[in-house]
Design a protein around this ligand. Structure first.
Ligand SMILES: Nc1ncnc2c1ncn2[C@@H]1O[C@H](COP(=O)(O)OP(=O)(O)O)[C@@H](O)[C@H]1O
Ligand SMILES: CCCC(=O)OP(=O)(O)O
Length: 360
């Protein structure tokens, strides 16, 4: 059987997106949503390994796709050590760090692990591309105020870079000619100032910045310390309260933006306030990043699943439109960006990076 397909795996906090690419085009793809009731059965993200892998293998079966037809497996990379952008071959050292979650727990840690297990079973390569640990910070952005706790780059790098290329193209520019602020609005939220193609700062999408569908974002730090020492919660419970059970889900019982909008349409005042609070915090972060770029901003760009919402985009546009032209690219270009990264290495156009050699 010809090995002609690239299997693309993209585990997010609320879904696993899968696709089969052939000759640069998606021939099959699906967004496999994971209801909160399913995910909350697992204490840790790595415990979801069998659950998510089985769902992917079942999908391949449903589509009649044989594992023997795969040429490579590529996945979204996780909270690894800080590394430059690019395509990486999944190595054993990377797997160790993904299992530990060296920069925290996140569904994307499962990407490389599942990719390598499927890849190894077929004797084919497995890759990750532009993982969330991509770090292009300017030095000043790393300073927090406590030397032991530098600010860290955890960012939806893959989609932000792909959307930046599209937005720049739509403006008739190359990505390295302009500055933009790109807000990826998914289960987690990244608001990134992009200076001539480099992500020079970002809120930490796991633990800081605006509240998101399932994350608190930045919290009042003194009150948080007191909560940690209250004796009421274990470390794991507190981590979950911040990421997984924080943000919209903590107030409204759902992390689904569509559900929240149904609640608003039905006259639910609390849902309306929470939705407005999220858009207020996103707008505030966009304003902060405009200052990072000294106001030299050619576009404010929204992307990610939440950007499908007209109401959400309108609420943000109203507050930030004075900064620069406003552009919206709902959803994500991650699957194509992943497939292209793998295709470039398979064709020899790009040499894959080795994680152990790139760690900062
Ligand atoms: N049409 C829509 N309107 C409002 N929210 C949406 C819509 N489509 C998706 N979403 C929301 O976007 C969020 C997920 O975005 P996505 O970029 O797929 O995130 P992730 O990759 O983190 O799972 C969820 O809260 C989902 O409910
Ligand atoms: C840690 C950044 C990645 C992230 O938040 O991804 P999701 O929005 O898919 O959860």
């Amino acid at each position: 059987m010809n090995r002609e397909y690239i299997l693309v795996i993209n585990p997010g906090s609320t879904s696993t997106k899968v696709a089969l690419f052939k000759d640069g085009l998606p021939v099959k793809q699906k967004n496999l949503s994971h209801p909160n009731e399913e995910l909350e059965k697992f204490a840790k993200v790595t415990d979801q390994y069998d659950y998510r892998k089985d769902i992917i293998l079942d999908w391949l079966k449903e589509e009649g796709a044989e594992l023997q037809s795969l040429a490579a497996v590529v996945a979204r990379g996780g909270l690894l050590r800080s590394i430059p952008g690019g395509t990486y071959i999944v190595t054993d050292a990377m797997i160790e760090d993904l299992k530990i979650g060296v920069q925290g727990e996140h569904a994307s840690n499962l990407g490389g692990i599942i990719a390598k297990s499927i890849g190894d079973s077929q004797g084919i390569p497995s890759y990750i591309v532009d993982p969330v640990a991509v770090d292009e910070f300017e030095e000043v952005a790393r300073i927090s105020g406590m030397p032991e706790l530098p600010r860290r780059s955890l960012v939806h790098a893959l989609n932000i870079k792909a959307v930046a290329r599209r937005a720049a193209g739509d403006m008739g520019k190359a990505i390295d000619e302009i500055n933009m602020i790109i807000a990826h609005l998914g289960g987690g939220i990244s608001v990134a100032p992009m200076k001539k193609g480099r992500i020079i700062d970002v809120n930490n999408a796991s633990e800081g910045g605006p509240l998101s569908p399932d994350r608190t974002g930045t919290l009042p730090v003194g009150d948080l310390i007191r909560m940690c020492y209250s004796g009421k919660y274990t470390l794991d419970e507190l981590k979950k309260k911040i990421s997984g059970k924080g943000g919209l889900i903590a107030y409204l019982g759902t992390n689904d933006g569509r559900e929240v909008e149904k609640m608003i349409a039905n006259g639910d005042k609390k849902a309306d306030l929470m939705h407005d609070a999220m858009t207020y915090q996103i707008s505030k972060e966009i304003g902060a990043m405009a200052v990072v770029l000294s106001g030299d901003v050619q576009a404010v760009v929204l992307t990610g699943g939440l950007a499908y919402s007209k109401l959400l985009c309108e609420r943000i546009e109203r507050r930030v439109k004075f900064i620069a032209p406003f552009m919206v690219y709902p959803g994500e270009d991650e699957m194509l960006a992943l497939a292209e990264g793998a295709a470039r290495t398979l064709s020899g156009e790009e040499k894959p990076k080795i994680y152990e050699e790139e760690v900062k």
